[in-house]
Design a protein around this ligand. Structure first.
Ligand code: SF4
Length: 154
């Protein structure tokens, strides 16, 4: 079950909350959805949105998202903050795939625990995107590892 509604806040924001001493580059969050249906016991989502992890899918028109993206010259844009990028497909994601496929200096990062890319994401889109898969080795035990990262130069 997922909630569908318009988003009132901005869709794009710079993630710059990396703690001192952690070598993690800044990136942009592209908020097409919130929440995740997987309910991993260790998930930080349990500490956000008052513990409500039910997916919320934003259904505004694409032009509002595009205007925010157009205002930024380059970078990596992640749909996997406070959400699993592909567990429930956000309605705005097809437009986002079209947008990033046409970009030279911007990339879409999707972070997910779905086991495989399904037919929703054609393989000819792969060069436009980074997919970061995580497999849960022991379900619910907090043991994860990234298994695939397909970069393109930005
Ligand atoms: S798959 Fe990721 S986002 Fe979803 S509940 Fe598990 S840790 Fe949280």
């Amino acid at each position: 079950m997922a909630i569908r509604r318009d988003r009132k806040s901005k869709f794009v924001r710079l993630f710059d909350k990396t703690p001192p001493g952690v070598l993690c580059p800044h990136f942009y969050e592209l908020v097409l959805s919130n929440g995740c249906p997987y309910n991993c016991s260790y998930c930080y989502l349990k500490l956000t949105f008052r513990g409500n992890t039910e997916p919320t899918l934003f259904q505004n028109g694409w032009e509002k998202v595009k205007a925010e993206l157009d205002g930024i010259s380059h970078g990596v844009f992640s749909t996997g903050e406070l959400a699993d990028s592909l567990a429930v497909i956000p309605p705005l994601l097809p437009k986002a795939l079209d947008y990033f496929t046409a970009q030279n200096n911007k990339s879409l990062l999707m972070v997910t625990k779905v086991p495989t890319l399904n037919s929703f994401v054609p393989t000819d889109r792969v060069p436009a995107c980074w997919y970061h898969f995580q497999l849960t080795l022991s379900p619910g035990q907090g043991c994860t590892r990234p298994v695939l990262l397909i970069p393109r130069s930005v």
